[in-house]
Write a protein that binds this ligand. Structure first.
Ligand code: MN
Length: 309
């Protein structure tokens, strides 16, 4: 049984793409596979699984030696289980920059594309292999992942291929893209009952930028005011995480999906200096508005990498 999983802090793509690829291998390629998750899924992914009546994947507790593994939606060892050296990585499907650090004992099938979503790559594989007759719920998971990763085609990461895939898949799934995306984003924007740290870590990655350990968290939401209202507690949470994880810096971006802008929360003077230089903004009252900034991959990380030292 092949184990398929995405990255830690799984988002909709990292949750749904492994499920669909496991279904595909099991049903079309005569290869038994099972999708797993590396942590709690977010509310958007929860909404999507419920809508298409798919059970939440089991949590991957521990990889056993000689497990056969497929990784989707990351190639960064920091976002993966620690004991990958002991397993057999047979395939990697991703759309992020090469992070380096993964090594294997056997050759690996790698499909990496500079497009917005792993689900688009998976749909491309199915099409190239002549297997486009897929169930409505599998198409539903793929189109949801694309809408999530592209923020309904507004993120600068979006390509024509992502759009075309989403439209083809929406047809098969029998969903209206505008309505479905709105429902997904509303589910993701509901912070009720979430602790500050849950919010800070729900979509969060650690980067090594010029030798500094930097955690960059994003909250994509249609209601930024809900997060900003918790600013005091969120800043306290940032301070705690920096100490607990020996981070040099941490930044939290509240991305307003509907208005394509972000509010960055700034906890200390050193982070203030970095943010003002990186984004040419003015930090006041521990926050700054960043018009047009929505993508961690294309807009946030490159600017931070330029300035952090
Ligand atoms: Mn993705």
């Amino acid at each position: 049984m092949i184990k398929i999983f995405g990255h830690k802090s799984p988002d909709t793509d990292s949750t749904c793409s492994p499920i669909v690829y496991a279904w595909y291998l099991s049903n079309k390629k005569n290869t038994e596979a099972e999708a797993l998750r590396l942590g709690n899924i977010n509310r958007e992914a929860e909404y999507v699984l419920k809508k298409f009546e798919i059970e939440t994947p089991k949590l991957l507790e521990k990889l056993e030696d000689d497990d056969k593994v497929i990784i989707i939606d990351t190639n960064n060892p920091k976002e993966l289980p620690g004991n990958l050296e002991a397993v057999e990585l047979i395939e990697l499907i991703d759309h992020h920059k090469l992070a380096g650090g993964l090594s294997t004992s056997t050759p690996v099938k790698v499909t990496m594309r500079p497009i917005a979503c792993s689900a688009t790559i998976i749909w491309g594989i199915m099409k190239s292999e002549g297997n486009t007759d897929i169930p409505t719920n599998m198409a539903g998971l793929l189109v949801s992942a694309i809408l999530s990763d592209t923020l309904k085609f507004t993120s600068p990461t979006t390509t024509e291929e992502d759009k075309q895939a989403a439209e083809e898949l929406a047809k098969i799934a029998g969903i209206e893209i505008d309505i479905h995306a709105k429902e997904m984003f509303e589910a993701k924007s509901d912070l009720n009952g979430m602790k500050p740290k849950d919010i800070l870590l729900s979509d969060s990655k650690i980067f090594e930028l010029n030798g500094k350990k930097v955690r960059v968290s994003v909250l994509e939401t249609t209601k930024p005011e809900n997060a900003i209202a918790m600013k005091g507690d969120l800043l306290k949470g940032i301070d705690e995480l920096k100490k607990e994880e020996s981070l040099d810096f941490m930044f939290f971006f509240v991305v307003d999906i509907l208005n394509s802008e972000a509010e960055v929360l700034i906890q200390s003077d050193s982070e203030k200096e970095i943010a003002e230089k990186a984004f040419d903004c003015k930090v006041e009252d521990n926050q700054a508005n960043l018009p047009g900034v929505v993508s961690r991959k294309k807009q946030i990380i490159p600017e931070l990498e330029r300035v952090v030292s």
